[in-house]
Design a protein around this ligand. Structure first.
Ligand SMILES: Cc1ncc(C[n+]2csc(CCOP(=O)(O)OP(=O)(O)O)c2C)c(N)n1
Length: 625
């Protein structure tokens, strides 16, 4: 059925194909990607957009000798299919399956693991310099999207690339989209370069300049090419890249494999940094994704025929409850300003942005800037709510510490996707935030037990007048009713959910399984009081010490790495009270490289589901199974 694809087991096989076969191959690859992602879920639109680009790269370059670095890496499916992983492609993003991102452990063709945006240019420069120092001879290619080019680190890299003039190739995959429509001045600039207006201006300019050069003018108009290029450089310095010292080629179609190969061959001969500006279309080849590239950016399983998502669970997500809450609170308080770093939809803030465009900012993939920008607003009396996924806020550690927390500026951080994150693997796990937030001066750290409590926590966070983080998991809530009236939670106050002898103190998403496990443990003769901690900082010290004073066992549980996390905070509190002797156990995620797959399977692995908690605690108490 796949007449061409069946013949391609490696990039070497690709090079045996005739040019005319490449477009058939592109079609077959698209069908494979659509069919697979419709079952596994995944980054559909971006991958459909880079099929020809990837074919051309593997045709022109020789991996693994030549190195291709994929920025973010979410667009690597065609690369994986062409580099010997077609057989494992059906296991895309599955537990113990194939990663949806470049993964060095998977193939020698993946030279650099990615997942977070804007890193490829810096890594490519480092690899180019290493190549030259080692007197080796190969090409280094960084593929970066226009969305990822909004990240400051990409410009820090360009700053050094243009200065050092190291030989390396940058492929700018321009599709006008980040996850949503790309935003900002750089995006505007790039779209101007590819616009017709720009071409018409150049044409007019070339004509008018040549007309005023007597005698030679007319023939030169026909010469076009080189002359046009020279005028373009002089009057439209393309060229911000040229100004920075990087040769600019483009804009060219990213869907014409033949001309892409020609240009890549040309770029290989250039002895310095060169950027090739390719224009692609996100979702190409699949009508529903082309029509709605945002929805299919990271799609859950869908019906190929209709493009309809298969997930029928109607419970609201934590993100949507967060978005509704900010909307509700924003109606009453004009000082509330919502900020996202390229995730208006994912964070649930899109509707707020539509209703209050003047109080909503999408800063691009720029988490550090988002935090610093919020600090500026907060220090001036506004109430910024910054919604960033737990894993991506790691980027802004210094802004959190040096700016927001040292100055005690009231900024609310909504950490979506906190805890175990399904499908995307180690780069996207949100399991470090309790650790990197807990030791910040003035910072308050909260986590709700369900989506209803999330509403109250967002309101509370806005009332505390300190930097406050609220972490909550990816996906659907528990389906509990949402209180009409949103109320403040007293700072540092926990909630007793079940009476018992010893203390089982659960944080956020672990409250519900902890409660269920404790009820089962009761039948085994283990009596646990279950407390919803609500706060990792400040802790409800009085409540914890009540148990400690009586010499009761204390068990903590969190959906995060235990080293330095919530359990550590409780242990430190107990350590400070030298007079009490308490048996203590902290349950959470160990330090290791985290697996890929669905949340329930990962929770099962770490014994963090109801059954796992039951078994761990029974063992801790020495109760035989
Ligand atoms: C630091 C960081 N923030 C946010 C994200 C989430 N994210 C994944 S892909 C993406 C958009 C990337 O846009 P672009 O580079 O243009 O690639 P495209 O999907 O358009 O091909 C974003 C925001 C991320 N991976 N890393």
């Amino acid at each position: 059925m796949n007449q061409i694809l069946d013949r391609v087991k490696s990039p070497k096989d690709l090079k045996q194909l005739k040019m005319k076969d490449l477009s058939k191959l592109a079609k077959e690859m698209r069908t494979l990607i659509i069919d697979t992602v419709s079952k596994t879920g995944g980054h559909l639109s971006s991958n459909l957009g880079v099929v020809e680009l990837t074919l051309a790269l593997h045709y022109a370059f020789d991996t693994p000798e030549d190195k291709i670095i994929w920025d973010v890496g979410h667009q690597c499916y065609p690369h994986k299919i062409l580099t010997g992983r077609r057989d494992i492609f059906p296991n895309l993003r599955q537990y113990n399956g194939m990663s949806g991102f470049p993964c060095r452990g998977e193939s020698e063709h993946d030279v650099y693991d990615t997942g977070h945006a804007s890193t490829a240019l810096s890594a490519a420069l480092g690899m180019s310099i290493a190549r030259d120092r080692k007197k080796e001879d190969y090409h280094v290619v960084a593929v970066v999207g226009d969305g990822s080019l909004t990240g400051g680190i990409a410009w820090e890299a360009l700053n050094q690339i243009g200065h050092l003039k190291e030989k390396l190739i940058i492929v700018l995959n321009y599709n006008e989209m980040s996850i949503s429509q790309n935003v900002g001045a750089i995006s505007k600039y790039l779209s101007y370069i590819v616009s017709e207006q720009y071409y018409l201006k150049i044409k007019d300019l070339v004509k008018s300049i040549l007309k005023v050069i007597p005698a030679v003018g007319k023939p030169m108009i026909k010469v076009g090419g080189a002359v046009e290029e020279a005028i373009k450089k002089t009057f439209f310095p393309g060229l911000v890249f040229e100004e920075l010292g990087v040769k600019y080629i483009g804009p060219i179609s990213g869907h014409n494999t033949g001309s892409l190969i020609e240009i890549f061959e040309k770029a290989k001969t250039y002895d310095g940094p060169v950027l090739i500006h390719c224009v692609t279309q996100k979702g190409k080849g699949y009508a529903p994704a082309k029509k709605n590239p945002e929805r299919f950016h990271s799609a859950s399983p869908f019906d190929v025929e209709s493009g309809k998502l298969l997930n029928k669970d109607k419970k609201p997500t934590f993100s949507s409850v967060f978005g509704q809450t900010v909307m509700k609170l924003g109606e009453e308080d004009e000082k509330i300003i919502a900020i996202t770093a390229a995730m208006p939809d994912g964070t649930g803030l899109k509707s707020f942005g539509q209703k209050y465009p003047g109080r909503f900012f999408d800063v691009g993939i720029a988490e550090q800037h988002a935090v610093e920008f919020a600090a500026g607003l907060g220090v001036s009396g506004f109430k910024p709510v910054v919604a960033i996924y737990s894993t991506f806020l790691q980027r802004a550690y210094d802004q959190l510490y040096h700016d927001v927390c040292l100055m005690d500026i009231p900024v609310v951080f909504a950490l979506d996707r906190a805890g175990i994150v399904p499908d995307d693997g180690p780069t996207h796990q949100g399991i470090n935030d309790i650790i990197y937030l807990r030791h910040m001066p003035h910072m308050i750290v909260m986590a709700p037990k369900d989506e209803n409590e999330l509403q109250h926590m967002i309101k509370s966070a806005l009332s505390y007048s300190h930097p406050t983080a609220v972490r909550f998991p990816k996906g659907k809530g528990l389906g509990v009713a949402l209180d009409e009236k949103i109320e403040e939670i007293p700072l540092g106050k926990s909630e007793l959910l079940k009476e018992g002898k010893d203390l089982f103190l659960a944080f956020g998403s672990m409250v519900n399984p902890a409660l269920k496990a404790a009820k089962k443990l009761e039948k085994e003769g283990i009596s646990l009081a279950v407390v919803n901690a609500r706060f990792a900082k400040p802790l409800d010290e009085e409540m914890i010490l009540r148990f400690a004073r009586k010499g009761r066992t204390i068990i903590t549980v969190e959906e995060g790495v235990t080293a330095g996390g919530f359990g550590s905070a409780v242990r430190e509190l107990l350590d400070r009270q030298k007079k009490y002797s308490v048996r203590f156990k902290s349950i959470g995620i160990p330090l290791e490289i985290y697996p890929l797959g669905k949340t329930d399977l990962i929770k099962k692995k770490y014994l963090l589901d109801e059954k796992g908690l039951f078994l761990q605690i029974k063992e801790f108490y020495g109760v035989a199974s």
